[in-house]
Design a binder for this molecule. Structure first.
Ligand code: F6P
Length: 494
């Protein structure tokens, strides 16, 4: 039986390198144009063997096979998790169902391009959480300065966010894309209502005629006034944070072009193949999850940080915050028992090199240990001198090197302890295919973490209570609120 907790005292990273000349080879790999390097983490052969044994005990192969066969893996909601089918992976009827939906989505993209909605120059994408973060990331990462549409994204209930989103758009030539799995989300319905008012106010004759709805609840979209012909649906088994592969990616497909969408799905499917076939010690998502578990369980790390050393990936961290924290921020197992070890750490981070001048002091000298992930891209896509991109990459590598090496100094204030772990993920280039593979890598890593924790990554009941209380308060039902909250409501004059 594999030990749940291995040695609490980890060898130093330097000793690990000194003790194993093959360490770099063992702990780095290339998958679909992405280079992964875990050699600067404390994973070693014993840890990998122990985790591999534990993974088998957790029924990893059967659970993975179930997901790719469309069987129920989201047990609390009695549903499969069908996002892999949206990119053509998996087996069974779901593959064809997803392909048929994709054809409809493509037909609507073609129709918009062919002028079926009149002259369209802008897209206002309305949605929140998983109904926004994925397409927003895609457009920001791949569409800068390209494409024939100006795409803007709004999620928040805050009217200031709406004002800001519509500022560069012309209401006469904007397509509204309202995305909501449930089509009951308060923020999305409020933003849709504001968008319709905006079009009406500008004299657009048929505002509803400019709305496309994307949802797993078409009846609710029809009830909200959207014509069936302009509704694209996706399956209940597609969780919000796993949904960018489905019709939820419509705005991105429109803004980036259908070929980009196809390539994105293809890249993700390549990563699916890798996840399905590689042995644990050579599987990128699995090794990443082993390192995650090592730091959470053996070092008590409560956070992990991701720094994109590429401005195009600035939205990767917020995307992963939802993927990892909403999936695995749980305290009970899939069987409803309290978990025996901590689950997901807090995901935080930012963009390098900006973050170096704000947060890295703590990473190098603070009292908390934070495993760091650097994500960078070998090829640049900017119009500045090539040496700037070289400097960007060298900064990322310098941070990883110095977190590990540290630096002795007679003055304790200037000494850096080192032995601080980091992972590097280096894409050859940032294109739809590599981004698809990268995001699928993070999904499978999240799945593997969940399995090792014994939790269900596909539900998110923890978000419901706050929504319900906000709804009640908006309806004037204060219930038995605490004195502090009552005072705040009074103070705000509500
Ligand atoms: O509040 C959390 C959540 O339910 C997410 O899981 C989801 O992605 C988001 O809200 C939006 O939900 P919907 O797509 O139903 O509007």
């Amino acid at each position: 039986m594999a030990k749940r907790t291995q040695s609490a005292t980890l060898q130093s990273l330097k000793a690990l390198f000194d003790g194993d000349p093959k360490r770099l080879d063992r702990l780095s790999m290339d998958v679909t144009g992405i280079h992964f390097d875990w050699s600067k983490t404390h994973l070693d052969q014993d840890a990998i063997a122990n985790f591999t044994e534990r993974l088998a005990e957790c029924g990893f192969e059967a659970a993975r096979a179930k997901m790719f066969a469309g069987a129920v893996v989201n047990t609390s909601e009695d549903r499969p998790a069908t996002h892999v089918f949206e990119r053509g992976s998996g087996t069974g009827v779901e593959v064809d169902v997803a392909a048929a939906r994709r054809q409809r989505m493509r037909a609507l993209v073609d129709a918009v391009e062919a002028g079926a909605f009149g002259d369209i120059t802008g897209i206002l994408h309305i949605g929140i959480g998983g109904s926004l973060l994925g397409p927003h990331l895609l457009v920001d990462a791949l569409g800068r300065g390209r494409g024939s549409f100006t795409a803007r994204f709004v999620g928040n209930i805050d009217g200031a966010a709406f004002d800001d989103a519509i500022r560069p758009l012309d209401p006469a030539t904007t397509l509204i894309v309202a995305v909501s799995k449930t089509f009951t989300t308060a923020e999305t319905l409020a933003n849709l209502s504001s968008a319709l008012d905006w079009l009406r106010g500008a004299g657009v004759a048929d505002p509803y005629g400019k709305v496309v709805a994307i949802t797993a609840s078409p009846d609710a979209a029809v009830a909200a006034g959207i014509d069936e012909t302009r509704i694209l649906s996706f399956g209940e088994g597609v969780g919000g944070r796993y949904s960018l592969w489905s019709a939820v990616g419509f705005s991105a497909a429109l803004a980036l072009g259908w070929t980009a969408m196809d390539d994105l799905l293809d890249g993700a499917a390549q990563m699916d193949k890798h996840f399905l076939t590689a042995a644990a010690a050579t599987s990128a998502p699995v090794l990443a999850a082993f390192a995650d578990r090592l730091y959470v369980e053996q070092c008590g790390c409560q956070t992990c940080a991701l720094f994109a050393y590429d401005d195009r990936l600035a939205l990767l961290m917020p995307y992963l915050q939802q993927l990892e924290m909403e999936s695995n921020g749980k305290s009970v197992t899939a069987a409803g028992k309290p978990v025996s070890a901590p689950t997901a750490p807090v995901t935080w981070g930012g963009v390098g090199t900006d973050a170096q001048h704000a947060m890295f002091q703590l990473l190098h000298q603070g009292t908390v240990l934070v495993p760091v992930e650097f994500v960078a891209v070998r090829e640049s896509d900017d119009e500045q001198a090539a040496e700037r991109h070289s400097l960007l990459l060298l900064n990322a590598f310098a941070q990883g090197a110095t977190l590990m090496s540290g630096s002795a100094n007679d003055d304790p204030a200037r000494a850096e302890p080192g032995n601080r772990p980091s992972t590097t993920v280096l894409l050859d280039r940032l294109d739809p295919r590599s981004l698809g593979a990268l995001l699928a890598f993070y999904e499978h890593r999240t799945f593997t973490n969940a399995l090792l924790c014994g939790i269900n990554p596909f539900d998110q009941f923890g978000v419901e209570l706050g929504k319900k209380v906000a709804r009640n308060l908006a309806a004037g039902e204060l219930g038995d609120l605490d004195p502090s909250t009552l005072a705040l409501i009074a103070r705000a004059g509500l």
